[in-house]
Ligand binder design. Structure first.
Ligand SMILES: Nc1ncnc2c1ncn2[C@@H]1O[C@H](COP(=O)(O)O)[C@@H](O)[C@H]1OP(=O)(O)O
Ligand SMILES: [Mg+2]
Length: 328
């Protein structure tokens, strides 16, 4: 890759940082009352706002680039949802975004409405880990650029992952460019990025793995069976969202397992692209449960892959071999 992608990187970092800070503001306003009512509106306000600001920034800088985002504005346009749209407008106004009229907000969100593969496109999950967001735990704003089927740039905003040496609530912004390494910087302020690397653990008995909090997203019973077979005795670290990729990339866990809970589910590209590049550029390895590379040239789903296995590289082939003996 001879291109430096400097403009893409700066645009993506600025947009993800802005969106992550908006999500953090909305998350901090979630109260017990909201949770008791199982009110999903905070997450909806936050993810539409996040998608709006990121797509607006990408469209201004790269008007030709399609964006495959998780959300679209269709349901916001009906009169029954006008009040809801107004709440998003109010949030964006409070955040200092220029001209967030209801029409503009819908237009910005819909810049993220591409669904099919093209030679160069962005993919965006404005809030990955919705359930973690509502529990006030981990979530991520995830953005990646894919060129000719290869992830060339990935940015992950993790407002609840602490940056070493900073206030624990500072949050971390991660990024990677293909061939140029993986980096972390505090979410809240400009600072020289710090290079991050995976662990060098080569013995399962010393390893730690992470997995989803939700057993409906990744089978806890299979990971437990596998851990027993491989002699992994440390308790798994459970966290929501692509924050798991960040945890492996910065050497706080050696493995991330995402084991299918039902055969028909296909992973979505926006749930993985940024995280995959982060781990690979930190020296790790990512495949599906059969050891096949994830294919980002198949549309918005990873059609040809099942589950996801992430390791520091040293532990990968043995883990895949052991998985082969389990039934999914
Ligand atoms: N059966 C499933 N298997 C794997 N992932 C799933 C499943 N159902 C939903 N997801 C996705 O898991 C992601 C969150 O994962 P995690 O547990 O790592 O936080 C969400 O993006 C969610 O997608 P969606 O938002 O389309 O429901
Ligand atoms: Mg997601």
């Amino acid at each position: 890759m001879t291109e430096t992608l400097e403009q893409e990187l700066q645009t993506a970092l600025l947009a993800v940082r802005q969106a992550a800070l908006i999500c953090r503001t909305v998350q901090s306003a979630i109260t017990d009352e909201v949770l008791e009512k199982k009110d999903k509106s905070p997450v909806t306000i936050a993810d539409f706002s996040s998608q709006a600001v990121i797509c607006r920034a990408l469209h201004n800088a790269f008007p030709e680039d399609p964006i495959i985002g998780e959300e679209d504005a269709a349901e916001l346009k009906g009169p029954e949802n006008r009040e809801f749209l107004e709440k998003i407008v109010a949030e964006l106004t409070a955040d200092g975004i220029q001209d967030p009229t209801p029409e503009n907000v819908c237009t910005w969100i819909d810049y993220g409405g591409a669904k099919t593969y093209s030679d160069r496109f962005w993919t965006l999950d404005p809030i990955d880990g919705t359930k973690g967001f509502l529990r006030k735990e981990q979530y991520a704003v995830s953005l990646a650029l894919i060129v000719e089927g290869k992830i060339v740039l990935g940015v992950l905003g993790c407002p609840n992952l602490p940056f070493p040496g900073e206030n624990p609530t500072a949050g971390t912004l991660y990024y990677a460019i293909a061939g140029q390494g993986a980096y972390a910087l505090p979410l809240v302020r400009e600072q020289e990025p710090k290079r991050i690397r995976v662990t060098t653990t080569s013995d399962f008995s010393e390893s730690r793995f992470c997995e989803s909090v939700e057993s409906g997203h990744s089978s806890h019973s299979h990971s437990q069976q596998l851990a027993e077979r491989l002699g992994i005795s440390k308790e798994p670290r459970r966290l929501d969202s692509q924050a798991k990729y960040a945890v492996v990339a910065q050497g706080e866990a050696d493995i991330y397992m995402r084991l299918p809970t039902r055969p028909g589910y296909r992973e979505k590209i926006w749930d993985h692209a940024a995280g995959v590049l982060l781990v690979e550029e930190a020296g790790g390895e990512v495949t599906d449960i059969h050891g096949n590379p994830l294919q980002f040239d198949q549309g918005y789903e990873l059609k040809n892959n099942q589950g996801v296995i992430v390791t520091n590289g040293h532990l990968h082939s043995l883990l895949i071999q052991s998985l082969d003996e389990l039934e999914f």
